[in-house]
Design a protein around this ligand. Sequence first.
Ligand SMILES: Cc1cc2nc3c(=O)[nH]c(=O)nc-3n(C[C@H](O)[C@H](O)[C@H](O)COP(=O)(O)OP(=O)(O)OC[C@H]3O[C@@H](n4cnc5c(N)ncnc54)[C@H](O)[C@@H]3O)c2cc1C
Length: 624
Amino acid sequence: MERACPVAQSPACTPASLFTTLLLSSLRHDGERQRDDVKDSPDAPKDFDFIVVGGGSAGCVVASRLSENPAWRVLLLEAGPEEPALTEVPAFNRLFLHTDVDWQFRTQASGWDPGQYVPRGRTLGGSSAINGMLYSRGHPEDYDSWERMGNPGWAYRDVLPFFKKSENNHDEVDADLHGRGGPLDVSHFPYRDENVPVVLEAMEQAGLPFNADHTGREQSGATLLQFTQRDGHRRSSNQAFIAPVRRKRPNLVVRPLSPVRRVLLDSNKRAVGVEYDGPHGPRVALARREVIVSAGALQSPQILMLSGIGPREHLEEAGIAPIHDLPAVGQNLKDHLTTMLTVNFTVTKTATERSDTLQQRLAAYARYLDGGHGPLSATGVRQVAAFFRTKQQDGTSGRRPLIHLEVIGQLMKRRGAAANCTAPGEDSVWYDQIRISPVLLHPRYSGQVRLNTTSPRSLPLLYLNISLDEDEERTWVEGFRVAASLNDTASFREAGIVLDAPPLPGCTAAPNSDAYWGCAGRRGAQTWGHLTGTCRMGPDAAASVVDAQLHVHGVDGLRVVDASVMPDLPSGNTNGPSIMVGEKGAELIRQAHWDNGMWTDATPRPQGHGSIIAFCPASCRTRG
Ligand SMILES: Cc1cc2nc3c(=O)[nH]c(=O)nc-3n(C[C@H](O)[C@H](O)[C@H](O)COP(=O)(O)OP(=O)(O)OC[C@H]3O[C@@H](n4cnc5c(N)ncnc54)[C@H](O)[C@@H]3O)c2cc1C
C-alpha cells in the first residue's frame, strides 16, 4: 500500500508534479463543487431533522437518501476537506496515501503485528475516495450468517435489493443480481493491461476456472474485476451520491472540515445533537429526529466513547464520564489479512507499457485527458483476482472462499524518465514485477479500538491482535502455494514471467517451501484496509452495539450506519458492503419516520438547550 515517493514534496519528483498539475488544471475544479453550505457562520440555522456524522462510503449514501424527502433537513458533517479532483484518476489510487486526506492511523504492537500504518480516507467520500475501487460484495452465505447471529432483515435475500438499488452496472451481468440506473457506476475498466489475459490464463491453467462475475451466483474462480468507476473516472461515494444532488437540494447541508467532537445526549439518554469544530469555530447542531454516526470502523466507536457510550471501566480510566455502559463498543475489530511479503514474479519481457521516455508519459497523459483512455484510466494488472476454497474446506458444506489472490504491478527498476521518481500510479500501470498476495478472508482473531486521550483530535489506539492458529496458517500457506504455482503454467512461461523467491531476512527455510511461505506470512502480516465490526450489530447489548435496526442499544435517536456494524467480515472487499449498509440504514430510518403515508412528527423537538447542558461543558453553552 505504500507509495514509492512523496509526490510534489521533493525536487526529484518534479516530472510527476508537472504532470499532476497539468492533469489537475484539466479536471473539474474543487472550487466549483463548493457551495455556501461550507460557510458555517454562528448565525447559520442549527436545527436539522437528521445529522449524519462522517461523509464516507456509508455516510454519503445516508445523507443523500434521507434528503430525497424535501421536508427533511439533513446535515452532513465531514472531518476532512472536499474530495481532491485527482482522486478520480484510477492509476493514481495510491497517490493520496500519507497525505492530509488520509488519517494515517498506526496500530499498537499486538500479536504478530509490530505496529503498522493503516490508511483511512479523511475527505468527502471517505475511504471510497482513496481506495482501490474494486467492487465486491462477498458471498451470499456471509449475509445469511449475519441473520443467523440474531439480525433479522440482513440475510442475502434481504440485502440484495440494497446492493442493486445503489448500482448502475454497465457490463453484461445478470439483471436478477445487479442493478442498472442507481447512482453508483460499476464496470470493468475501459483499458485492459497487456498482462491481464496472461494472468487470467495462468490462473485457469493452475486450476482456478474463469468466473465472469464474482459478485454473481458463484464467487470462486479467476475473474476480471469490476470497479466503482465510469469511463476511467473513479466514482467515490461522494461523487455518486452527494455531488449530483448537492446544489439541487436546499434541505441538504454539507459541511466539510467539520470534525464532530461528540454526540449530545439529554438526561433521558436521547441523542439531541452534536458538538463539532467548524472551519470557523466550535459549533452545536441539533437533530429533531436522529443522529447517525457514519465515521467508519475506527472513529464511530471513538465518537461513541467520547460521548460517554462504551465500556464503563475504559471510559473511567480514560477520563470520560460514562453515560451509558456498552461493553462491546470498540471490540471485535476485524480485517482481512494480507502480507507485505508477497509472491513476486519478474516480468522479463517488455510485456507492459513502460514510462521509459518522457514522450511515452506525455502520450499517456494526453490519452487520459482525451476522454479517460489509456493506462491511467485503469490500475494495471490489478484488474485480475481469484477467490477459492482451500483443501481445509474439503468436505465442509459452505461455499464461501477463504482466499482472495490480489494481483498488483510494481515498478522495481527506475529507468528513463521514471528514474527521478515513481510518479503517481506509475508503479501500478508501468511495472516490471507482478506481486500476488494471498488474502485470508476469514481470520478468527479480532482486535479492538480504545481511546488514547479525551481529545477528539487524537486518533484512537488500534490493536489488530494478528495471530493464526495452525489450521489457519495451513490455509494461508495453501494460498501462497497456489499463487506460486502460476510459475509452472505455460501462460507465464510464454510471457517470460518468472517467480522470484529470494531468501527472506529472518526466514531460514528454503525458498518456495511451505515453511518459507509460512514465514513470509508471519513476518509480512498486515491489514488490508477492510476494518469492520467495532460497533457490531446483534441482539444482545452485552456483546453488540447496535440492533438490527442499527439503533445504539439503550440510547434513543442514535444509530450507527457504516462498516463498523458488520457483525462479521464479508468474503471480499468492503466498500460495496458499506454502501449497502448505508442504503439499508437509510431505508430503516425512512420507514421509522413514515406512518400511514405521512411523515411522522412523533419525535419531540428538544426544548432549547435545557435538556442537553447536563452533558455539555460550560464552553459549549455559549457556542453558536
Ligand atoms: C487504501 C484503501 C484501499 C481500499 N481498497 C478497497 C477496494 O478496492 N475495494 C473495496 O471494496 N474496499 C476497499 N477499501 C475499504 C473500503 O473503502 C472501506 O471499507 C469503506 O470505505 C468503509 O466505509 P465507511 O463508510 O465505514 O467509512 P469511511 O468511508 O472511511 O468513512 C468515514 C468518514 O468519516 C469521517 N470522520 C471520521 N471521524 C469523523 C468525525 N469525528 N467527524 C466527522 N467526520 C469524521 C472520515 O473522514 C471519513 O470520511 C479500501 C480502504 C482503504 C483505506
